[in-house]
Design a protein around this ligand. Structure first.
Ligand code: SF4
Length: 138
């Protein structure tokens, strides 16, 4: 059974807007063949009308490879500072100094959050900060 037959069973699957190179790339991936840089380019070029079949193919790959179990580790989030030397366009973490008041968590705040997390059953602490903020804000 080829990938198109497999995916055709999915509700709403419609490969009409996928280019042939994109179909070939998806077909190869679903058959377990590694994508090359060249074979992946047609996937990048897929338009919004190709999003649903692309997501359906990705879902099938995920389900086949990893199953549908979602895991998580309970942890506390400790943003020691939200300053960062970089300004990545997609970032929702970084703040400019004027907006990041106070600039740093205090030791007392860190301990309080850690204790609250422990009380809530957390077993890990995720300490975060931006990329080398001291280089931009010495
Ligand atoms: S925190 Fe990370 S993602 Fe955000 S601007 Fe800095 S380097 Fe980029």
């Amino acid at each position: 059974m080829n990938w198109l037959s497999l995916l055709s069973r999915a509700d709403g699957f419609d490969s009409a807007h996928l280019s042939q190179p994109a179909k070939d790339a998806i077909g190869n991936a679903l058959e377990g063949k590694a994508l090359t840089r060249e074979s992946a380019f047609p996937l990048i070029e897929c338009g919004s009308d190709s999003l649903i079949p692309l997501c359906q193919a990705a879902s099938k790959l995920r389900d086949d490879g990893k199953g549908r179990t979602i895991t998580y580790s309970p942890k506390v989030f400790l943003p020691l500072t939200r300053l960062c030397r970089d300004a990545c366009g997609y970032c929702t973490f970084r703040l400019a100094p004027a907006a990041a008041k106070p600039l740093f968590m205090t030791l007392e705040e860190v301990v309080a959050v850690a204790r609250e997390g422990k009380r809530a059953g957390c077993t890990e602490a995720l300490f975060t900060l931006g990329e080398r903020p001291e280089q931009r804000y010495p």
